[in-house]
Design a protein around this ligand. Structure first.
Ligand code: NAI
Length: 252
């Protein structure tokens, strides 16, 4: 955790799990659009630093902040550090996530706990800490990266889908709580996006998925970043409590 760059008068956007995949795509995009992005990572400092260097080389502002989203004490401490060091958050993107797949009857308690802790509780802890700052500013945009699996379910992903569906209900409630302070909360539900998370699938599995995507191709992090960028901006000022799919038509 280092503040190596003087804070600029740019709105602050925190992206969790930003070191790779969709999070890295979102962070790069927000940096290009003039945000000072805070890149959260859990353990991969090297990758996070590479992204920071790339963003800075393109003229953007980026700093690193290590914490485990599933640890509420760490989350509270680091959010306070961010506010003191750079200013209060304007945008939070809860992107950090994990999958531990398997059929329900073989599900281990510790795997269920891990998935719920990162994918659901982690997003809740970060949303709570950000809401505190944004309510005082009377503005802010919180964007949850859920999943199409939270909407339509998937055999072998019941824990993941419980966490991602839980995030949708949570976000609608919080959108109602925070609306009077002009803090918006929206949910993005990606379909199949090519990243390390989906890299573990076999070619045959990918072909099966492709057959369920009406647009006929797999998505990329930039497809998610485009929507996040819109939801972060004042162009979406009248949108809150919504669940928006970016899935090639896989689920309508
Ligand atoms: P990824 O595995 O490439 O990236 C996830 C990031 O979260 C990693 O940087 C990882 O280090 C970080 N992370 C994991 N646990 C953490 C923790 N406890 N604290 C802080 N950071 C942590 O995955 P990908 O594909 O980029 O996914 C990003 C988000 O999009 C996830 O929430 C995922 O569930 C969601 N998603 C992805 C889809 C896909 O097809 N790739 C589809 C639907 C949703």
């Amino acid at each position: 955790m280092q503040a190596t760059q003087l804070p600029e008068k740019k709105p602050i956007a925190l992206v969790t799990g930003a070191s790779r995949g969709i999070g890295a795509g979102i962070a790069s995009r927000l940096a290009r659009e003039g945000y000072h992005v805070i890149l959260n990572y859990g353990s991969n400092e090297e990758k996070a630093r590479e992204l920071q260097t790339r963003i800075r080389a393109e003229g953007g502002a980026a700093d690193l902040c290590q914490f485990n989203v599933a640890d509420s004490a760490q989350v509270n401490e680091k959010f306070e550090w961010i506010a003191k060091t750079f200013g209060r958050l304007s945008v939070l993107v809860n992107n950090a996530g994990i999958t531990i797949d398997g059929l329900l009857i073989r599900m281990k308690d510790e795997d269920l706990e891990k998935v719920l802790s990162v994918d659901l509780k982690g997003a809740i802890y970060c949303t709570r800490a950000a809401a505190n700052q944004m309510m005082r500013e009377r503005k802010g945009s919180i964007i949850q990266i859920s999943s199409v699996i939270g909407e339509m379910g998937n055999a072998g992903q019941s824990a993941y889908s419980a966490a991602k569906a839980g995030l949708i209900g949570f976000s609608k409630s919080v959108a109602k709580e925070l609306a009077s302070r002009q803090v918006r909360v929206n949910v993005v539900t990606p379909g199949f996006i090519v990243t390390d998370m989906t890299g573990v699938l076999t070619e045959a599995q990918k072909e099966d998925i492709l057959r369920t995507v009406p647009l006929g191709f797999l998505g990329e992090p930039e497809d998610i970043a485009s929507l996040v960028s819109f939801l972060a901006s004042p162009a979406s000022r009248y949108i809150t409590g919504q669940v928006i799919g970016v899935n090639g038509g896989m689920y309508m």
